[in-house]
Design a protein around this ligand. Structure first.
Ligand code: SAM
Length: 297
């Protein structure tokens, strides 16, 4: 990482600008330098920008800490691992090595799960709502739903020892009503026997990358866990498992919402329809790419 900032540059604005330029030279563009500076100073982005405009200085120790983080970001460590947090809908989740970093497109998956839940509630207004988040990772989806629909019973399932430590931490801090279970989602009915046939919505952002389609971005390839990414030759092994076990978990009229790759909509609809789901439909994410498929039981 080229130098150009540090103890000899006490001006905050010049230090952050040098950090931004250093990151741009290695292909990292965006607000990363500002976010890291705000993190080091323990302040918000808005306050950081105010301080920069006012011509504030930065203490040498803070400049050195920022330089170290910028160097790591330049080596393509995920920004969220450096700050220790990822923002998802209205919550801030703790993340780090061992857990998948939640993505903005998954916020749209939550919209579809909530829409299925609302449709289901119109049919069965007196029964309690039950949602299962299969493949919970940081807990992003489960926690968003539990906090946005507090009357809903949310169950979350995660297989990985490393990931579930983060799920547990986030659930305990943000939505302790969630029931978190460790295990393989192919065995959802054995893991959650008391809600078999009673689930209103099964939602999942499963691993879906085909085995040979190794992601280009180092942040993903080197820092997202392999178990979070890959799922057999065509990427749909976990989708097939969810389509099968989901039929036993979800009550008649309930729904399933799955995230997938932009080329996989047809494959996911075929898997769901072959398993016996109805009305399979694929929906775009915020950038217009087909990334979410829903169906009704
Ligand atoms: C793409 S990540 C999604 C995490 C989180 N739901 C999100 O959207 O940010 C997939 C998660 O599924 C977990 N996983 C993979 N295979 C699984 C399986 N068979 N059963 C349960 N969890 C699994 C991985 O460990 C990973 O945490």
């Amino acid at each position: 990482m080229p130098s150009g900032y540090g103890a000899e540059v006490p001006d905050l604005r010049a230090t952050v600008t040098a950090a931004r330029d250093a990151l741009a030279r290695v292909g990292v563009v965006g607000p990363d330098a500002e976010i890291l500076a705000a993190h080091v100073l323990g302040t918000s982005l808005g306050e950081l920008r105010m301080r920069m405009l006012r011509g504030a200085e930065i203490a040498p120790d803070d400049a050195r800490a920022l330089g170290a983080l910028v160097a790591r970001r330049g080596e393509r460590e995920p920004l969220q691992h450096l700050t220790g947090e990822a923002h998802f809908r209205h919550v801030s989740l703790a993340v780090g090595p061992g857990v998948f970093t939640p993505r903005p497109e998954t916020e749209v998956l939550v919209d579809h799960a909530l829409a299925l839940l609302a449709a289901r509630r119109a049919d069965a207004a007196d029964a309690p709502s039950i949602v299962v988040d299969a493949c919970a990772g940081s807990g992003a989806v489960a926690i968003a739903i539990a906090t946005e629909r507090p009357a809903t019973q949310v169950h979350a399932v995660e297989l990985s020892d490393d990931a579930i430590a983060w799920t547990r931490r986030n659930v305990d801090a943000l939505a302790p009503s969630i029931r978190l279970v460790q295990g393989d989602v192919a065995e959802l009915d054995a893991l959650l026997p008391d809600v078999v046939g009673a689930v209103d919505v099964l939602v999942s952002n499963p691993p879906y990358v085909p085995a040979a389609a190794v992601p280009r971005d180092p942040e993903v390839r080197l820092h997202d866990p392999a178990l979070a990414l890959y799922s057999g030759d065509d990427g749909l092994d976990v989708v097939r498992a969810l389509a099968d076990v989901g039929l036993r978990m979800v009550r008649a009229g309930g729904g399933i919402a799955l995230e997938h790759g932009e080329e996989q909509g047809g494959g996911v609809r075929a898997v769901l329809s072959a398993a016996g789901w109805h009305d399979a439909a694929t929906h775009p994410d915020l950038t217009g790419r087909d990334r979410i498929t829903t169906a009704r039981r």
